[in-house]
Write a protein that binds this ligand. Structure first.
Ligand code: MRU
Length: 356
């Protein structure tokens, strides 16, 4: 998708260097960062220079390419794989991508290992782009249906950033929106600000602006009243881990939006590539929910009057805070899962029938 009218993907590999868009600098600065060592990749994921479930998986895959370039040794590779999986605990894509790479690389001692690693990491990225594109085409049908009935702008609420910046391209939740926009269907997005890191404001609104999609940033608590007023036609969110029973773990606050949508009879969809499905788990209590530094809550970053990025403290210094990064939306509140293969019920049967 475009930034300043130039097409980008969120990650690419050039001259044995991994190139990323540093998302901690957006929307105020557009910085392309070089990752040269597997530790750089670990830090980029940990500090959220790259974030979003599919993108951290793909970045970790390239991390293993860098590990081989650094030290072509199986025990270094296994240790690197383990570290990468632990860099962020909730999104299953991270483990999925690292396991997929290690299936190809474990025990390979020939010179060919680098070529195999590069090809597999590239394939993970290409597959994600094609899956996200198909999610868009499948989700487009729902937006079209609403538009055909309403004959007016379709208002879509989303939470956090499940946009192209969270994937390699297209996004998951945003892909149906971009496809609708490209087809000339009038869409408008309510972008939840998504405290504390403000991915909705800083990333979703930013990327929609760059693509010319109308959007409005709202405080996280505003969705409910907009739904009561009939100003939301549907919700689409992403997911970091979809359980085999259809429960969805996503950015904290998603659950509350699903409850409000349910109470107001508003369709609530979750968009996901199959790499986000945790087939081995149907118990949400077993999901490791990331708890991040409370400084993300108590400090805020923005532009000062001179246009410089400045961080300020907004809480009483001695107040205690807590920063859980994800929550779980039970399947019963989800209208459907939009995947690369089609749309299914958020249930064990729905998922199994689609991914036989
Ligand atoms: O903590 P983040 O910014 O990595 O969280 C991202 C989300 O919660 C997204 O909704 C999710 O990864 C879906 S990605 C298409």
């Amino acid at each position: 998708m475009k930034i300043a009218n130039k097409e980008y993907c969120t990650i690419w590999f050039e001259n044995n260097i991994v190139k990323i868009i540093d998302q901690t600098k957006l929307p105020h600065q557009f910085v392309i960062k070089d990752l040269k060592k597997v530790d750089d990749v670990f830090n980029a994921i940990k500090t959220m220079e790259v974030r979003g479930a599919p993108l951290i998986g793909a970045t970790a895959a390239y991390g293993l390419v860098l590990a081989i370039l650094e030290n072509n040794d199986q025990s270094f590779l296994s240790k690197s794989a383990e570290n990468l999986i632990n860099s962020r605990p909730t999104a299953i894509n991270l483990k999925w991508a690292v396991d997929r790479m290690m299936n190809k690389l474990s025990g390979v001692n020939s010179e060919k290992i680098l070529e195999i690693a590069k090809n597999e990491a590239k394939e993970i990225c290409e597959e994600d782009i094609s899956f996200c594109k198909n999610i868009g085409l499948n989700g487009l049908r729902i937006i079209e249906e609403i538009y055909n009935k309403k004959k007016d702008t379709v208002n879509i609420l989303t939470h956090c950033n499940a946009g192209w910046l969270a994937t390699i391209n297209w996004g998951t939740a945003t892909s149906p929106i971009y496809h609708a926009h490209k087809k000339g269907i009038p869409v408008h997005v309510w972008a939840d600000e998504t405290r504390p890191r403000n991915q909705g404001a800083n990333l979703t609104s930013y990327e929609l602006n760059e693509e010319g999609v109308k959007n409005t940033i709202i405080a996280d608590n505003t969705g409910g009243i907009l739904m009561q007023r009939g100003e939301v036609d549907m919700c689409i969110v992403g997911t970091d881990r979809t359980l085999s029973n259809g429960d969805v773990c996503n950015k904290v606050g998603t659950y509350l939006k699903a409850l409000a949508a349910y109470d107001n009879n508003i369709p609530f969809y979750v968009a996901l590539p199959s790499s986000t499905i945790d087939w081995s788990n149907k118990n949400h209590k077993e999901i490791p929910i990331e708890e991040r530094d409370t400084e993300e809550l108590s400090n805020m970053e923005g532009l000062d009057e001179q246009g410089k990025i400045k961080k300020i403290q907004i809480y009483p210094k001695n107040s205690k805070a807590m920063n859980l990064a994800f929550d779980v939306t039970p399947a019963k509140y989800i209208t459907g899962l939009i995947t690369e293969k089609g749309i299914c019920d958020a249930s064990e049967k729905g998922l199994k029938d689609l991914f036989k």
